[in-house]
Design a protein. Structure first.
Length: 533
């Protein structure tokens, strides 16, 4: 069981590894070290674990809401799950459903476009709008499948140096095409494939899921990554809620002799002789670790928690750029399922509620770029109780609704005072697509970008990706070139995890790469740890 409120009573030298924060990345790294036989302690400041991978009863008893992440997409190809390296599925109860339709768009007039894992079925869906675009989709999808193995091979291990990666791509025609696509905007990629306005809007929403406009440069590769994963792996719906992943990781740690402690905030990383040796909690307790510290420490906060940090490294870390937009979410408890005003059944994992034209979608992001509210709420919706009834009382439902807003309101007002009003605006917008929302709505909980930051320091200013996903903050340069290999210069045995590290925000299980680096430094055979039953 997870321990709460205290890590006291433990000998100062009782731990080999201490992990700061219980986000799924930190838990993943800690679990590999625990499986390797190290004595591991995880310290979480909140009363719950999981960071961005958490399920809570936010509205009424019996209604389980995924507070942040909803579907688990990119982690499905990670050997962590693909090979069940930690036994999360075989031993610790983690289970996923993979619905036939991962994503669909519903337009204001009730028309729809649905993506299926079956490529031909998706092409037939697009052919209702454009036969040309249906054929173009087959070419796009084939290219995504062709590139997917190469992309997957880079996501779950420490990144190669950026210069070497660019030089390698420049050696072949395929590599040069990939490099070009990586520099293009999502909009330019879509215009090179599709001619119909609705089809372009449907796929452009993919860029929006990264909190950026489809017109932003260096977003084009996302279309191929998204489609490749959608068809090859599907969108995983965790049975019981997103937090089941964090619970399974914590169970793995404790099975191997470690502890996960909530209600304990870390205020400082202790160093001696240029090496991290322990932590000081907010309550003044000093806990030592013989081997290493794993820290989910945002770059903007790294210097305040690590006084020994090199001034240049600190300055570069604090200069990392955040995404301009934040996320606002509404979690609704419903008396029954939503009923949609749509031309086709609405039963996808991710449901995008789109305006009538692609131009309006793009202009919404222009509004956000200049610090304003979008002229039209650009809503994403998930109602995963339609697949997983364990999340709600019998016959009931939940809805997860999200939109993008500025962290600082343009009118200067506080989000704490105004979020309920904005949430009602979102729900009213939803009524255009699901007219029965007010009939079935029992209660709702709203998290503004300020609330996002409060629930996790990794979500600074409401940025769910930790820092912006710009090209100069990617690969081995994420978050900075000095910190891109998960190590901290001049502070040995301090290792970083979080959405601000490579490969970025989202549920990747990226703590596996941190564990690889840590094991290398401790002379632990990581491959043996990963392959041992």
């Amino acid at each position: 069981m997870i321990n709460t409120n205290t890590a006291s009573g433990q000998s100062e030298s009782n731990w080999d590894v201490i992990a700061i924060g219980s986000g799924h990345n930190g838990l993943t790294a800690a679990a590999y070290l625990a499986k390797a036989g190290r004595r591991v302690l995880v310290l979480e400041r909140n009363a719950w674990i999981g960071g961005g991978v958490v399920t809570r009863e936010l509205t009424r008893p019996g209604y389980r809401h995924d507070q942040h992440s909803m579907a688990h997409i990119f982690i499905q190809a990670n050997p962590l799950l693909a090979n069940d390296e930690l036994g999360l599925k075989s031993r610790f109860g983690l289970r996923y459903l993979f619905p036939e339709s991962p994503m669909m768009s519903v337009f204001e007039d009730g028309t729809t476009i649905t993506l299926y894992r079956d490529r031909e079925r998706t092409a037939a869906e697009i052919a209702r709008w454009s036969k040309h675009d249906a054929q173009a989709y087959l070419h796009l999808s084939a290219r995504a499948a062709e590139w997917l193995p190469m992309l997957v091979a880079t996501l779950y291990s420490p990144p190669a140096p950026n210069g070497a990666s660019m030089a390698l791509m420049d050696q072949s025609r395929e590599g040069r095409q990939l490099w070009k696509t990586m520099q293009m905007s999502c909009h330019d990629v879509l215009c090179s494939y599709f001619e119909h306005d609705r089809v372009r809007a449907h796929f452009a929403r993919i860029a929006g899921e990264n909190l950026v406009s489809p017109d932003e440069q260096a977003t084009g590769i996302g279309v191929f990554v998204f489609l490749g994963f959608l068809e090859a792996y599907g969108f995983g719906v965790p049975v019981g809620g997103s937090g089941r992943l964090a619970q399974a990781l914590a169970a793995c740690i404790e099975h191997h002799g470690g502890r996960v402690v909530t209600g304990t905030e870390v205020r400082e990383v202790l160093t001696e002789g240029g090496r991290a040796v322990g932590v000081v909690t907010a309550g003044g307790e000093r806990l030592r670790a013989r081997d290493a510290i794993i820290g989910a420490i945002h770059p903007h906060l790294l210097g305040s928690l690590v006084p020994a940090l090199d001034p240049v490294v600190r300055a570069d870390a604090e200069a990392t750029q955040l995404t301009q937009a934040g996320c606002i979410t509404v979690h609704a408890a419903l008396d029954g399922p939503l009923q949609f005003n749509a031309s086709a059944p609405v039963n996808s994992v991710m449901i995008e509620l789109l305006p009538t034209t692609y131009r309006e979608l793009r202009e919404c992001f222009d509004d956000l770029r200049y610090g304003g509210f979008m002229r039209t709420p650009l809503l994403g919706l998930g109602s995963l109780s339609m697949f997983d009834a364990s999340r709600v009382p019998p016959g009931k439902a939940v809805a997860h609704l999200w939109d993008y807003v500025p962290y600082q309101r343009p009118d200067g007002r506080s989000w704490d005072d105004t979020k309920a009003t904005y949430a009602k605006r979102m729900l009213e917008r939803l009524r255009r697509y699901a007219p029965n929302i007010h009939d079935v709505l029992l209660d709702f909980h709203c998290d503004s970008p300020v609330d996002m930051e409060r629930t996790s320091p990794s979500f600074r200013r409401g940025d769910l990706h930790g820092i912006a996903t710009t090209s100069y903050q990617s690969g081995a340069h994420r978050p900075t070139p000095e910190l891109g290999q998960y190590r901290v210069p001049a502070v040995e045995r301090l290792y970083l995890v979080g959405p601000f590290q490579y490969p970025g925000g989202g549920v990747f299980g990226a703590g596996r790469a941190t564990a690889q680096v840590l094991c290398e430094d401790l002379r632990i055979d990581f491959d043996k740890v990963a392959s041992t039953p």
